[in-house]
Write a protein that binds this ligand. Sequence first.
Ligand SMILES: [Ca+2]
Length: 376
Amino acid sequence: MKFTSTGSLLRLGAAFLALTLGSACAYADFTDREDVSAFVEEIATRNGMDTAPIYVALSRANYLPRVIELITPPTKRGVRSWHRYRSQFLGHAHIEGGLKTWAQYESELRQAEKLYGVPPEIILGILGVETIYGRNTGNFETLSALATLAFNYPPRAELFRGELESLFLLARDQKRSPASYTGSFAGAIGWPQFLPSSVRRFAVDFNGDGKIDFDSNAVDAIGSIANYLREHGWVAGAPVAVRVRLTPGANPAPLIEAGIEPSLSQEQLLEAGIRPLTGSLPAAGEATLVDLETPGVDTEYWLGYRNFYVITRYNRSSFYAMAVFQLADVLRANHDGGGFDTASLKATPAAAHKASKPSKAKPRKAAHKKPARRAK
Ligand SMILES: [Ca+2]
């Protein structure tokens, strides 16, 4: 279609007007606000920083309405569906991507297991669920996202002001501009989606190049995820979760109400009618009972052990931890089986997952140039 010159001009004018109006709404200046000034003064005093660069950074931060939309819980609670949730993370992209990443970073993953006790498949399970192995790290400018949440989302202002403070400290540590980070709408950064406070506390320079790099390759993410899990109590070699069934008439509700932290003894579970699908329950200490509901089908019940709880420290949801665990299980089975088996897409792992099974596969040559492996 050909436009007349008048038409083009009108369109241009409209576009300009929209841009100007859009700017007026979207680019509120945080530094005009008293609560923001109080925040700047407070964090500068606490951390021995100058206020001026913080003001400069915040004056360039944008209010992001989309961030508020995404963080706000829906007014109507959706129907929980484990099958729907699970299908987002156990498809071809997650499994094939996981096996490729495993092959590419085999030696780094093995090194992380040696140092932190966390097996490759669990590290990959988290990387896969978080960002599909770095493919999907988020395009929100972290500074703007955190400023928006810190100052325009009262329900969680305290948390996000803490993360915004951590972002300024992280930028200072790394000698980067606070505006140079990108990630999720909620301020999580890079391949492993660490919040700034977690980067500062748990990230490790796993390829030994002197900096934390969560943007360009998996190596620092691999070491950092393993370190995060170990610091949160990962037990090397212990099981994560095992599927169970209920004896007829058993009432799981009080067991589920006991909470996500493992507190149920094997005797309590057996007495309440919890049975293994086969064999006997693993003697692995206290457990939590996890119910995975899907409308129209029988609820799945699982016992989550200490390591399951540790995965929920990454993201406080039993659906999340179970997706990580099941993706990990499929990756391990395919890796040891020596190839990608599409039938596994439908498999539901039922056996207790021994977390530190040694890999039976022969080490493969990494496809990339290997960096020096040195953890700090
Ligand atoms: Ca590094």
